[in-house]
Design a protein around this ligand. Structure first.
Ligand code: FAD
Length: 469
């Protein structure tokens, strides 16, 4: 008998619980991908995410072909497509890996019920997390709203999971009615605006492995301090691989457990736990991608969006070098360093006083690791509106951040070529430099908002919230 393996954000063959379950039950696995962005609610994947997905699906198809199988690709409604496949193949089961985005989770539940009503085995497994989002709870049985107790509970509950190999050989299936080609899904850009990305990334399971190995060799030993330095490549850059499920988080934990000093390892696993916390929060508070977690901010006086200011931020033309460097890094590579994500988000929501959703949407379209749980957590954290958030009155000074975390201005020079000719120390705040040695090109002579004034007006706005935060 056949089991349809419905691939979504679990694009790998190793450590794949649904595949393992099919093998254990003696099913012949039929690998299927269904393109259905209309089922993702208001957060259908953005263009950058699609560009990655195209390559990751191609990599999955290639490794299936090496084993005698291939990926059967469809576009349309998920349930109708799965029902049609089951009808044609006589499949006895449909297996998949759980997703926790609210729209996808609702859709999956409807699919499960409908398939079970037809007497098919329809089951889902955890492929993306160390803990299911409902597994950890406070002593009172509530969801966690603060990270540190969540992390403590996670450490207490942790039990290692053994890595599981990919199957050696897989059966071949004939072409099914309605099948289409991966290239026909329109995931890859028509105009290759993503051309500069792929020197930095290799989507797919092998690329994820290589990123993990490179991190263990070059980054892990200095992760605690190094993770805050955008000028030094010391973080793992595993985020897109994790988002697309090209590697299991438990394989990452297992690999670092045998490498590097204990404090460095612990600091890294703690960041993986932030990712778990993000999914926990999204599961329990599914409104948060679109609404403040903290309702006191519902009457916060955000500035009316000024298209010119927003565009200056989006394009990396604010005149604040570290902010511009970050936004340009994202446009050129699909990724931005975490420290700089915090700085650009603070600048948008505080100095420009624009609603965090403007930033969350821009990130959503431009990150290869765009992830509803982590993006929502990150934006609401910086904006001060979220769970366990930095208070709104804590406003990053982008010049001090740059001096501290990019001391020689190397990161700035890499992404803002107009500032390369300045002495290192002058790159952090070029408007302070004597007029003889100013930026070249059309770089703004001054920041689009005076930093002291922007800060003062953000703090003033905070006082206008009716119920103080
Ligand atoms: P590493 O430092 O090597 O960390 C390892 C892994 O831990 C990451 O791959 C990631 O999965 C997880 N992780 C690390 N930091 C965080 C964090 N602060 N929150 C949650 N998980 C974390 N991350 C995304 O994956 N997708 C997003 O859409 C996203 N949007 C963000 C938006 C804002 C405003 C902010 C401040 C952060 C956002 N992050 C997001 C979190 C973080 O910036 C990235 O996960 C990290 O930069 C990825 O780089 P890395 O893989 O080298 O991280």
């Amino acid at each position: 008998p056949t089991a349809v393996i419905w691939f979504r954000d679990d694009l790998r063959l190793r450590d794949h619980p649904a595949l393992q379950a099919a093998a254990r039950a003696g099913f012949a696995p039929l690998p299927v991908y269904i393109h259905a962005p209309h089922e993702d609610g208001g957060w259908a994947p953005g263009a950058t995410s699609n560009a990655w997905r195209h390559r990751s699906l191609a990599a999955l198809d290639a490794s299936l072909r090496q084993r005698g199988s291939r990926l059967h690709v469809f576009a349309g409604d998920s349930l109708a497509t799965l029902q049609a496949i089951a009808a044609v193949t006589g499949a006895g089961a449909v297996y998949w890996s759980r997703r926790h985005e609210p729209a996808a989770a609702r859709r999956d539940e409807a699919v499960r019920r409908a398939l079970r009503a037809q007497r098919l085995r329809a089951d889902a497994w955890n492929a993306s997390l160390l803990f299911e989002p409902w597994q950890l709870e406070t002593r009172a049985g509530d969801p966690f709203r603060v990270f540190t107790p969540f992390w403590n509970a996670a450490r207490r509950a942790w039990s290692p999971q053994a890595p599981y190999p990919a199957p050696d050989a897989l059966p071949e299936f004939d072409r099914l009615p309605g099948e289409t080609a991966l290239d026909a899904l329109g995931l890859a850009p028509d105009i290759p605006w993503d051309a500069s990305f792929w020197a930095h990334w290799t989507p797919g399971e092998a690329g994820a492995d290589a990123a993990l190995q490179a991190f263990i060799e070059h980054g892990l030993h200095d992760y605690r301090d190094g993770r805050d330095r955008p000028d030094r490549p010391l973080t793992s850059r595993l985020s897109p691989h994790l988002h697309f499920g090209e590697i299991a988080p438990w394989r990452i934990v297992d690999a670092v457990a045998h490498a590097g000093p204990v404090e460095e390892r612990a600091a890294f696993v703690r960041e993986l736990a932030w990712r778990e916390f993000g999914v926990h929060v999204l599961h329990h508070f599914p409104q948060t991608p679109d609404a403040n977690f903290n309702p006191r901010f519902d009457d916060f006086p955000w500035a009316a969006p000024d298209p010119a200011l927003l565009a200056a931020w989006q394009r990396g033309r604010t005149g604040v070098p570290i902010v511009d460097a970050g936004l340009r890094e994202m446009r050129a590579t699909g990724w931005m360093h975490n420290r700089v994500r915090m700085v650009v988000a603070s600048f948008l929501t505080k100095h420009l006083r624009l609603h965090w959703l403007h930033g969350a949407r821009w990130f959503w379209d431009h990150l290869v690791d765009a992830d509803l749980a982590n993006n929502t957590l990150g934006w609401q954290w910086v904006a001060g509106t979220g769970v366990d958030a930095a208070p709104y009155f804590r406003i990053f000074n982008p010049v001090l951040q740059a001096r501290k975390f990019d001391p020689a201005g190397e990161y700035i020079a890499r992404w803002v070529p107009e500032l390369r000719g300045l002495p290192a120390k002058a790159r952090h705040a070029p408007w302070e430099v004597p007029s003889g040695s100013r930026p070249t090109g059309l770089y703004p002579a001054r920041p689009i908002v005076d930093l002291a004034e922007g800060r003062a007006s953000a703090l003033e706005a905070l006082k206008r919230i009716r119920v103080p935060v």
